[in-house]
Design a protein around this ligand. Structure first.
Ligand SMILES: Cc1cc2nc3c(=O)[nH]c(=O)nc-3n(C[C@H](O)[C@H](O)[C@H](O)COP(=O)(O)OP(=O)(O)OC[C@H]3O[C@@H](n4cnc5c(N)ncnc54)[C@H](O)[C@@H]3O)c2cc1C
Length: 405
């Protein structure tokens, strides 16, 4: 196919912007990337701090369901740039990957730093022009891009095609601050309000709860909300609950709070013990052995779990084998509020898919594409966020290339 070199401007140097640039350079285009921060991909680096979970090794059909109501949109994108393609892409940068015991995929080096360094070296070698400390601030009357430099001087930049990859609004210190919302809304682009996803929740703890439990985890527990049930870990904090099991349920919890003002979750502190067995053991315990000691010694209930149980029961309830075993299996905690978006792992809401065509070109701005977390989708943690961003970016890059032909 004949190569056509056009000038493509990408705004936002996160994983989605970088992957779009990578693809477009391979098609022979000239690509300039503008990033507001002094360095690119700060959130990607942050994501790598505790182990960069790049993607997941599960079957693609199951993988696609992680995008909830958008799973049918993501299915072809995931097929087009698969988790295996992402792994091979990393291997091509000299970064080996491995599948962890949970099926999650990580770089062998675990962090994002080296992968990013190798990637930027390659992008530079392929001719990418990266402008850091340049913030896109809007459109001029001809829909050229208004870009501000460090001194606040604004210049109009033209483009054959522009791709926006501005991210959501969690961890705004890393660069994605959601300031694009008003600019696009003024262009009649429909946007679902940005909200926290994979986030913690607040609760009104009982007044007499022991403060000692805050900062401690509840391990090997399960949490349920209505019919959804998740095994994992919870972190107890002064304001409420955080942790993997809560994040996995966060969409459902958030929606329930939005609809009814609160969400009551049930925590099973001993998911591998049937309630009847616990009750029987409690009833048969030696006379004189306190219930607290029995729960700790025989059922190996950790101190924070025991304190939680005490906080949510009266003295009589706590000393009744029937009641306490039911509470142990089904401790109700009412969550009242999401933690602030600034502290969430990811963002729900964003540009509605109905504001774009299937190539993610904006209906109101021909030649302008959007990609990554700034669109209205969400997914749980587990590598689904980054894989979603990468697969979308590949899709948009191919579409932009087609558009220019
Ligand atoms: C603590 C934490 C841990 C995470 N861990 C994982 C994980 O292990 N696995 C996983 O899959 N996901 C993880 N994520 C989520 C993942 O990092 C994001 O989904 C992903 O970075 C989104 O990519 P993006 O390119 O769409 O946006 P971003 O990464 O947010 O990039 C957007 C870029 O645009 C720039 N920008 C914004 N506005 C402007 C402007 N006006 N002009 C110029 N530039 C601008 C920003 O500075 C930023 O660099 C984690 C997130 C957090 C916060």
């Amino acid at each position: 196919m004949k190569k056509i070199s056009k000038h493509i401007v990408i705004i936002g140097g996160g994983p989605a912007g970088l992957m779009a640039a990578h693809q477009l350079l391979s098609f022979g285009h000239r690509v300039s990337l503008y990033e507001a921060k002094p360095s690119i991909a700060r959130k990607f680096q942050l994501a790598g701090r505790g182990g960069l979970n790049l993607t997941h090794s599960e079957d693609l059909k199951d993988f696609a369901t992680k995008y909830y109501e958008n799973s049918s949109f993501f299915t072809p994108l995931l097929n087009n740039f698969t988790p295996q393609d992402l792994r091979e892409f990393c291997h091509g940068l000299g970064q080996d990957t491995f599948v962890g015991s949970s099926g999650r995929v990580f770089p062998r080096k675990f962090k994002a730093t080296e992968l990013l360094r190798e990637w930027i070296t390659k992008l530079n070698a392929n001719g990418l022009k990266i402008y850091t400390r340049y913030r896109w601030v809007g459109f001029d009357p001809n829909n050229n891009l208004l870009i501000s430099n460090e001194k606040g001087e604004v210049a109009s930049t033209s483009y054959d095609t522009a791709i926006f990859a501005l991210g959501g609004a969690s961890w705004p210190r890393m660069g994605s601050d959601g300031s694009w919302v008003d600019i696009f809304a003024k262009k009649n682009v429909e946007i679902t309000p940005l909200r926290p996803a994979n986030c913690g929740f607040e609760t009104n703890w009982p007044a007499h709860i022991s403060k000692k439990i805050f900062g401690h985890p509840l391990k090997n527990i399960s949490v349920s909300l209505d019919t959804k049930y998740v095994k994992g870990e919870i972190m107890l904090s002064e304001y409420g609950l955080e942790g993997g099991a809560i994040y996995a349920l966060s969409k459902k919890i958030r929606e329930k709070i939005e609809n009814t003002g609160e969400a009551q979750i049930l925590i099973d502190l001993k998911p591998n013990h049937p309630v009847e067995k616990i009750e029987r053991l409690l009833t048969q315990r030696n006379e004189g052995q306190s219930l607290s000691r029995f729960l700790k010694q025989e059922l190996h209930l950790a101190s924070p779990a025991l304190e939680l149980l005490k906080a949510y029961s009266s003295k009589e309830e706590f000393n009744s084998p029937g009641t306490v075993s039911r509470l142990l299996k089904s401790l109700p905690i009412t969550l009242t509020k999401t933690r602030p978006l600034e502290r969430a792992i990811s963002t729900a809401g964003g540009i509605k898919f109905s504001s774009c065509n299937s190539d993610l070109m904006l209906n109101e701005l021909p030649g302008v594409f959007v990609t990554g977390e700034m669109l209205d989708w969400e997914a749980p943690t587990g590598g689904y966020l980054l894989q979603g961003c990468f697969s979308m970016a590949v899709h948009v890059a191919k579409a932009a290339d087609e558009y220019l032909r």
